[in-house]
Design a protein around this ligand. Structure first.
Ligand SMILES: Cc1cc2nc3c(=O)[nH]c(=O)nc-3n(C[C@H](O)[C@H](O)[C@H](O)COP(=O)(O)O)c2cc1C
Length: 207
């Protein structure tokens, strides 16, 4: 069976014990980062930033703020998904990059600017964070799909103290850590059998 995302859905699980001797190759990491880069986002603004940690000392420090969960220190790479809260700046940056700063092209994007500034550019603090967080979790989903296809293990993690991690990483105020994704190779299989709610709980059809 080819290593496709769909074929590997039963193989993957939230890996809690990583083999800390096995490392994700630079080539595979590039594929994972590319999947994150190509993730769709509302208005294409990609209001997030992902920090890739391999420094063992730093991983050990982060683990202390993650209730000592060993995934954080034993993984090959620790991806920290952060949401951006400066959406207005993000829109201006987007327009500058897409138009290469050319005036005529900027004029053509005036409608886009007005719409995005009105819809999301005005969001502040918790509202901005909530909107950016939704986009960030899509990127997390694409990352998990990519690693699954590459037969690399991962464990999405909200079990950490974001404020402490932000402080440790000296993040600028426009970035907030939301979710961790340690990636690497399993040291053992899942501790519990996979549980999912039944189809009729999750889906209903209107035909
Ligand atoms: C957003 C999110 C946060 C999670 N946080 C943690 C965590 O902090 N620690 C952990 O061991 N598992 C964490 N999990 C893993 C879930 O418990 C796991 O995905 C779920 O029980 C389904 O099991 P499976 O992924 O092995 O199929 C998290 C999963 C998601 C999607």
């Amino acid at each position: 069976m080819p290593n496709t995302f769909l074929n590997n859905l039963d193989w993957r699980f939230a890996t809690q014990k990583f083999d800390n001797n096995k490392k994700v190759s630079a080539k595979d990491l590039e594929k994972i980062l590319n999947a994150i880069r190509l993730t769709p986002s509302s208005y294409g603004l990609q209001p997030y930033h992902i920090i890739v940690v391999t420094d063992q000392k730093l991983k050990n420090k982060i683990k202390k703020y993650a209730f000592l969960q060993s995934q954080v220190s034993d993984c090959s790479h620790l991806l920290i998904f952060c949401a951006r809260t400066d959406i207005k700046k993000r829109i201006n940056d987007y327009i500058d990059l897409v138009t290469n700063g050319e005036k005529l092209k900027k004029i053509k994007l005036q409608g886009f600017k007005l719409m995005t500034m009105t819809q999301v550019g005005k969001l502040k603090n918790q509202d901005a964070l909530a909107w950016s967080a939704k986009q960030t979790y899509l990127a997390l989903g694409f990352a998990m799909a990519a690693v699954t296809e590459l037969k690399i293990d991962s464990c999405p993690m909200e079990g950490f103290l974001p404020k402490q991690v932000d402080k440790l990483l000296k993040l600028p105020t426009n970035l907030k850590s939301l979710v961790l994704l340690p990636i690497g190779y399993r040291a053992q299989g899942p501790e519990r059998p996979k549980f999912r709610y039944p189809q009729n709980d999750l889906f209903s059809k209107k035909q």
